[in-house]
Ligand binder design. Sequence first.
Ligand SMILES: [Fe+2]
Length: 41
Amino acid sequence: MKSNIGIEEKNRKAVVEHLKTLLANEFVLNLKTRNAHWNVI
Ligand SMILES: [Fe+2]
């Protein structure tokens, strides 16, 4: 499926790369936060 959100293909791929890193980091932060929460005395 070809998406058209008003961003050129090349630029869209660059945005995707940033978003993938952001998603991964947010996921790790979420896991670590839950882990800390579960270990509160
Ligand atoms: Fe809780």
